[in-house]
Design a protein around this ligand. Sequence first.
Ligand code: GLC
Length: 740
Amino acid sequence: MHSIKFLHQDIHDQDSLQGMVSELMSQMGLDEKIGQMSQLCGGGGWVPDHLAAAIRSGQVGSVLNEVDLDTVNELQRIAVEESRLGIPLLNGRDVIHGFKTILPIPLGQAASWDPVIVSEGARISAVEAASSGVNWTFAPMIDITRDPRWGRIAESLGEDPYLCGVLGVAMTKGFQGTDLAENGSIAACAKHFAGYGTAEGGRDYNTANIPENEMRNVHLRPFKDLVDANVATFMSAFCDLNGVPASGNSWLMDQVLRQEWGYEGFVVSDWESIIEMSVHGFTGDDEEAALEAVNAGIDMEMASSTYRDHLENLVAEGKVDLEHIDRMVVRILTLKFKLGLFRDPYTDIENFPDLLNEAHLQIAKEAATKSCVLLKNDNKTLPLSISGLDSVAVIGPLADDGYEQLGTWVFDGEAEHSITIKNAIESLVGSNVTVNYSRGLDGTRCKHHEGFGHAIDAAYQSDAIVLVLGEESFMSGEAHSRANIDLPGHQEALIHALAETGKPITLVIMAGRPLTLENIVDKVDSILYAWHPGTMGGPAIADLLFGLESPSGKLPVTFPKMVGQVPIYYSHKNTGRPPSAESCIQMDDVPARAAQTSLGMASFHLDAGYTPLYPFGHGLSYGEFHYVKITTSKSNISLGQSIDIAVDLINTGERQAEEVVQLYVRDLVGNVTRPVKELKGFRRVKLNPGQRERVSFSIHTDDLAFYNRDMKLVTEPGQFHAWIGGNSDAPLWAEFEVHE
Ligand code: GLC
């Protein structure tokens, strides 16, 4: 009933907002405060009695995984009209890359290097989710990972803190809009705080051991970017970070998040991550887990009930301060006011556009188009020409599978709405080109070759082959890590068999991670990496294959030659013995009985060298881009000044195309060792054939700051190198100096 009292007060006025929260707090009992700190799972389309009772008695302040609108509105009605204080509910859902209109997986969206389309994708996802009563999503996931064995790399925005931060902020802004109370805005959640992406062995939930300097210079950076972008909530990670599980880690949740960053939003635990601290062996029982979590700074408990079961006693025993509890509840209530829930807790479907409407599908198609990365294109096999082809073979277990192309973490999207590559090619070419379709394999894990004959026949009957292979959606995502990241099953065998036909092969790969492709890379003419491209993956890929669009994606993560190279990433340290082509001898070239010190005494693998198959930032297009004339506006600058670094970009190709121009910088000497390169800027530039454009970046000395041995964020005077190019191996470089 109290909600009515707040109806006419301004939630956008800070004083008014604080006044409403304070008034509500003053009337809450401890049990009701603890209720706000508790989140329970919904019934999925109905109201379980236990949930209704808990809401009615004020013991639950949030639910998750309820997207049936009538059920959500009934849960809100119980909270608002049947509980003593009438506090509305937060309703959370994993809207990771779309709700009903499914976008490419986040790793694919990261390959677009386009904050605008990433933000637009998040916005349509928020609008669709909000129409089902969702007001909080557990995204963006901004864990930095350099291990493609880890299944959750699919949910990440890649290996680089700068790119991850820029795109994570874009996604947050898409979800939250300019006003959380606006129709279609939902609260975002920075997760998983922190260090989860370094799970040992790439095995999900495994231990994370990260030195503080590395935490600060790499893993924490995107989270700070989202704090600065006013992300509404954080989520604690499952992992044991340096011996202390994140959900009981006061260095993370208090020292960094509150003391250093001054973050005012609230932190939710991950699913049962609080009780799992006893499984980790960090706490002895649920009561101890509740004590560690609440005192570390976990404001809300997801799914488990240790707060409801133990916090009152812990306060009574003086182990938890009531003021501490109050600060936590204020954070939660503040978000509910900001979301406008006290003004209107109910969702009216009439206030929302249709799911899967044309505008949403167009955004999903644009996102998929910009996410695809052209890894190789020998002999200009692509684009295929509709007028120049009589027939095309479309082969592979993923060529016509609307479910698998959606990817991991799809709770509400449905395969029936997907347009597959096969369907899209047939629609695009119409009667101009005969499409000979064959699955070739029953599925990606199929190990028999019964379908090979039909596929080979289709190939012989055709002028060109489009082969669609990769991973099923379950092979990435949470708890779905792989030790061998080759193409699963006998897909490589199918490639070898089709290569025997002599027909030009374009391989389209759908996967939730970088795969190791060295065994087959020379067997195909072109490779288009589509990740899991979502609902509109088919039309996007068809447009790219037949040249209606030019590929423009760039890798947000390094592609190793073989899994034994992992971790391998571009912003590595130089070591005291950096490898070079001269210093690294291939194992097969080593003479018999070579003396111990005769081989290149450098940091490399005898059987893999030291370079990846494809570097971070790599991606081809149908243009021909050249970088010339790199310049710096000054040869040296003082601390506090900026410097402009520019280059001429030329498209000498025959088509208009878009290039993601990338700026990398190296700090040659540091108080701690510094990476050989760090991404410091990027920009999409579209050029017509023959067009030349000057592309300039401005770097401030603050952009060069890093955490030193004393964990102080500093920019040190000294020599710097800068590169501008189309990937992290860009050769064109310049130098400048920073002085006091
Ligand atoms: C999961 C995930 C987390 C997700 C949460 C709710 O276990 O780790 O990312 O948001 O539970 O589904």
